[in-house]
Design a protein around this ligand. Sequence first.
Ligand code: ADP
Length: 475
Amino acid sequence: MYINGAWVDAQSGETFEVTNPANGEVIGHMPAGGAPDAEAAVEAAHQAFKTWSNTTAYQRADLLYRAWQLMTERAGDLAQLMTTEQGKPLRASRNEVNYGADFLRWYAEEAKRVAGEWLPSSRADQRFLVLKQPVGVVAAITPWNYPISMLTRKMGPALAAGCTLVLKAAEATPLCAKAIFEIFHDAGFPPGVVNLVTALDPKPIGEVFTSDPRVAKLTFTGSTAVGSMLAGQAAGNLKRVSVELGGHAPFIVFPDADPVHAAKGAAALKFLNSGQACISPNRLYVHTSGADAFIATLTERVGKVKAGNGMSEGVGVGPLVNEAAVAKVARQVDDARDKGAAIPVGGSRLSDGDFAAGHFYAPTLVTGVTDDMVIYREETFGPVAPVIVYDDVDSVLDQANDTHYGLAAYVYTQNINTAFRAFEGLRFGIVGINDVNPTSASAPFGGMGDSGLGREGGHEGIAEYLEVKLGGFSI
Ligand code: ADP
């Protein structure tokens, strides 16, 4: 773990194994930290805040730029590590490293754009000054599915704002976190400004993060169940909270769209990270007029997606994170099959030969999905594309909105009015219009409803780490 500028073991001396999900090989050991380690990290961040919060934005920007440079230089090694630890194909790992690095560069720039306001008063002898200040010590909890970019998406804006932080990495991907903290160390961030805690049991760490009075803010990315529990704990202690949680994205193909083009987009998007993304489409609604062409193209595309070890050339879908993830996907697909869905491609675990020691599920297409199926409501987090054919254009937005989640939605249409109606009418934080990659360091990412609170990226992303202070001046 990295606490107060030094690499340390857990105070208990315990460690845990890190494995490769493609073949079960042990690839490292990390400290199994507990509450005392989290408290030590919080204390380090608390002490460092006094000086870090008084650095200039230019000083913070220089360090963030340096970290960005190092990350860019080490991109090849980081991608290899990510594929080995998390499983995604090497090319996808490279993309994630670039995306992750961009948060450091973008917030190095944004650090210098944090401005206040000078406001007039109705009293002639009064002026108002609005000042933005860093909230204080940030506690961050990150997931395994994007084991680098989910760290920098929090660290970039928090550090740019002048906050210090303690981060607990996911138990499946602590090696990627370690590699990122090595970069921050080498970039020259002062001791205590960034701290990394690793743990096999996250619960005691979460309790420290949500109850310690020295922590000002909790930022979490992960499941809705854990996020809402932690947000509740943190709210009880009046901490600021941002949580980026699950999703159940609709993907709507309107009658005027090209169904073949839409199917290509759906196939590219659905199998990113083996479907283990909170913005992965979980309900593909295609109008009857384009259904045959859409399903034919998707059948062909999904049939060509090769599963395997992400290190191998040509692999489009890597392993899932663990056996529980495979079991969840299998349960959803079996339920759909039992309730009458057709499965033209895939529909089973992959467990023979090279797949035996890993956690694989076949790239799968499910058609004839209905709203009584588990897959229609529950997040899948696996390589399964569920298709629903619809007839009534007027009610498809209502169908798409029929979920407690509200993170991402996708729309294919060539009609500008339909595009605007969909953009305004969908109750989701992110809407891709003929676009399957509506994410960037410069843009606010986040959800409504059960998908979370707050935004990451863009101007909104740094606001989450700033307090607003009002000064009233009598002159
Ligand atoms: P997933 O189902 O995607 O693994 P989780 O919400 O379980 O999502 O995990 C996301 C992050 O939350 C991980 O870093 C994990 O260690 C952490 N986490 C899980 N349970 C708790 C908890 N009770 N307290 C604090 N952190 C937790």
